[in-house]
Design a binder for this molecule. Structure first.
Ligand SMILES: NC(=O)C[C@H](N)C(=O)O
Length: 323
């Protein structure tokens, strides 16, 4: 029997000026999610079930950018995406373009388990959701007042915002001064707030899941890294990885898969592998990731100012941090 470990994230790239109440709120949610995961792991719930359980909790709470509280498209609508992967057999499921599925991570799991495919997008994904009887809600359910305000600011600034949750115009103005550009539009890099969870259970089974609304003011139809297996999410016999940050850069870097690849082919341990990919693979992009290994190790890495994250191990280690 091995030792379990779990990590969760709520996005990389936190604004140094993010008000303390917001930081504390995020830390409380991450702690609650870790506690849910820990008690499931203590009851021998398999890693893949723990990942789904924890990501559902994050999707249901409006604080982070997934499920309710998702970032809005340029049209003011929500288009969500998610993926999940079960390490031992490298089974995976992914979904994108969802507008009415309450918990995208659970639909990704159903794609993995109940369809002959790995990835479904709309409209087929939502037809499949209806057939599977998953909970569906009106698109309005996902839209929060905060996000409507941030979309307005993003439009005024002609920006695609990573950091859409900064609550004041002044800070947002600073955010869009970022040097980064996407198709000629400035991108702020403070608080992406996609969610993810990685787990290794006592049997040494690794699993990973990621869920997001993507980028504020994104084009309708834009798909980021989160539903792309190998980019935003990856799990195998060695490790489980979930990423967050600038989706286009994460896709270019196949960030999640690269953690596993350097462990597999260079013989690095989990911490070395995470450091290696953050330093060497992120060509000019800003991102972060969480990872666990089959040996019960947990690691986190980012090249942004901060990352909302938490982790715990069977040995009693527990940490929730932002910077
Ligand atoms: N919030 C995020 O982490 C953004 C996500 N990686 C995306 O590009 O869609």
């Amino acid at each position: 029997m091995g030792a379990w470990a779990i990590a969760v994230h709520g996005g990389a790239g936190v604004d140094p000026n993010l008000p303390k109440e917001r930081q504390d709120e995020a830390k409380r949610l991450l702690t609650r999610c870790l506690d849910i995961g820990i008690s499931a792991l203590r009851s021998n719930v398999p890693a893949i079930d723990v990942v789904e359980l924890v990501v559902r909790e994050l999707e249901t709470d409006p604080l982070f950018n997934s499920g309710r509280g998702s970032a809005l498209t340029e049209k003011g609508t929500v288009e969500m995406e998610a993926s999940i992967m079960d390490g031992p057999k490298r089974r995976c499921g992914a979904v994108s373009g969802l507008t009415t599925v309450k918990n995208p991570i659970s639909l990704a799991r159903l794609v993995m388990e109940k369809s002959p495919h790995s990835y479904l997008t709309t409209p087929g994904a939502e037809e499949f959701a209806k057939k599977q009887g998953v909970e569906m809600v009106d698109n309005d359910y996902f839209i929060t007042e905060d996000n409507v305000g941030m979309l307005k600011l993003a439009k005024e600034a002609n920006s695609i915002l990573f950091d859409y949750r900064i609550p004041t115009v002044g800070t947002c103005g600073a955010a869009v001064d970022s040097h980064l550009q996407m198709n000629g539009l400035p991108i702020s890099v403070y608080a992406p707030e996609t969610v993810g969870c990685v787990v290794v259970d006592k049997e040494g089974r690794c699993a990973a899941g990621t869920s997001t609304g993507g980028l504020m003011n994104k084009m309708s139809g834009r798909i980021g890294d989160s539903p792309i297996i190998g980019a935003g999410t990856y799990a195998c016999e060695l490790c489980g990885v979930s990423c967050t940050g600038e989706g286009e850069a994460i896709i270019r870097s196949t960030l999640a898969r690269d953690v596993a690849a350097v462990m597999e082919y260079k013989g690095l341990n989990l911490h070395e592998a995470v450091d290696y990919v953050i330093k060497n693979r992120l060509n000019e992009g800003k991102a972060g990731l969480i990872a666990v290994s089959k040996n019960g190790e947990v690691a986190c890495g980012f090249n942004t100012t901060g990352m909302f994250r938490g982790c715990a191990t069977e040995g009693g280690f527990m940490e929730v941090g932002v910077w």
